[in-house]
Design a protein around this ligand. Structure first.
Ligand SMILES: [Zn+2]
Length: 376
């Protein structure tokens, strides 16, 4: 047995052949664990593999890739697959875990099984982890948990010991780029930039599909480009505009949330509606935070390119579409200036993790980058 017999997502998991064969074997022999822990570096494809496993589990046809269940899972609209990610800057909220446990108690809607994907499971700590332990150990018969984590060292041993661990190998930038180019059909240079900005092949593919997220990046690059000539008022205005660009993709999320609320308003109790509204609010703030982190990553990539250019390694530049900006910045600063500017980006990432207002964080970062770049 080497791979899934079907043409579904699992059979196509080429970047992680060992994982593919292991999971395919489990599915085809009917020996599926009730809880998996996928462990590997960011960008190793854990989330893709989780969706692929979910598809094989819910398909009636050996992971055919074509049946109604397979299509719904591939579009992320199957009602029996639930994905959780931490909704606060400090980790999972107890309300999220309660939400999950209430859902686990219900029967599946369409499929014979339900799948729960828990991303960044290392952020299940203390009370949130404890609330989940009993269910993780003895879940209802129709339930499969797939936890994703970067390393078992940073996870609670009580969680790790209840799961079957599946190690993922780290992908090189080259492999990630190839995977994104394969999935999107876009030029390798563009795919490499997307991987650098978005952090993993699956996020890079989403990024390349979103005109708004790409526009937020371009606006961020233009703001940094203008910094050497900017005064205080320019910087404050740029930070305000950037927040607008970063929040633009949220409009879609909001309208989907609103539609779901309206569809359910008639038969949900007031308490359940309130719970749904709270969950929507948390989802929005989590999305906003990841948009900001992506914008910060795009500055980091740009400044690294400036550094490469200053060090005479221009052929290693990632932002090929912004080569003019890289050249202009390199002409006004030094290696020390570029390194100082990169420190300003790291400081901003830490501020966001500590829940400091995004707009203020971006303002401070732009001021610090300007100071570092021009203060020779
Ligand atoms: Zn199928």
């Amino acid at each position: 047995m080497t791979a899934a017999s079907g043409a579904g997502l699992l059979a196509q998991l080429d970047t992680q052949p060992r994982v593919r064969d292991f999971l395919s074997h489990a599915v085809t022999t009917g020996r599926v664990s009730h809880a998996y822990l996928f462990v590997g570096a960011p960008g190793s494809g854990k989330l893709d593999a989780a969706w692929a496993l979910a598809q094989s589990l819910l398909c009636e046809n050996d992971g055919c890739g074509a049946c109604d269940a397979c299509v719904r899972v591939a579009r992320h609209t199957h009602p029996d697959v639930h994905v959780y990610e931490p909704e606060s800057a400090t980790g999972y909220l107890i309300a999220q875990v309660r939400d999950l446990l209430e859902d686990v108690a219900l029967s599946p809607i369409r499929a014979p099984r339900k799948v729960y994907i828990i991303d960044r499971a290392e952020q299940l700590r203390a009370n949130t982890a404890n609330a989940l332990l009993k269910t993780l150990e003895e879940p209802p018969a129709h339930t499969v948990f797939i936890l994703l984590g970067t390393s078992t060292d940073v996870m609670l041993p009580t969680i790790v010991s209840r799961c079957q661990c599946v190690p993922f190998r780290m992908l090189s930038t080259e492999e990630s780029t190839t995977a994104v180019a394969h999935a999107t059909g876009l030029a390798p240079a563009r795919c490499r930039m997307a991987v650098a900005v978005a952090g993993s092949p699956s996020r890079a593919i989403e990024f390349l599909k979103s005109a708004e997220r790409q526009e937020a990046r371009r606006q961020m690059l233009r703001a940094v480009d203008a910094l050497p000539r900017a005064d205080e008022a320019d910087i404050l205005l740029a930070a305000k505009d950037l927040m607008g660009a970063i929040r633009a993709p949220l409009a879609d999320v909001k309208s989907t949330q609103q539609a779901v609320l309206e569809q359910n308003a008639d038969y949900l109790s007031r308490g359940a509606l309130k719970q749904l509204e709270d969950r929507n609010k948390r989802e929005l703030s989590a999305r906003e935070r990841s948009g900001i982190m992506e914008a910060l990553a795009s500055v980091r990539v740009l400044l690294r390119d400036v550094l490469m250019s200053l060090e005479g390694a221009s052929d290693g530049i990632v932002d090929e579409d912004a080569a003019d900006i890289v050249a202009r910045l390199a002409s006004v600063t030094t290696t020390a200036g570029a390194l100082g500017a990169l420190d300003a980006v790291s400081a901003a990432e830490k501020r966001i993790a500590r829940n400091i207002t995004p707009q203020l964080t971006i303002e401070v970062m732009l001021f610090d980058i300007r100071k570092a770049l021009v203060c020779l």
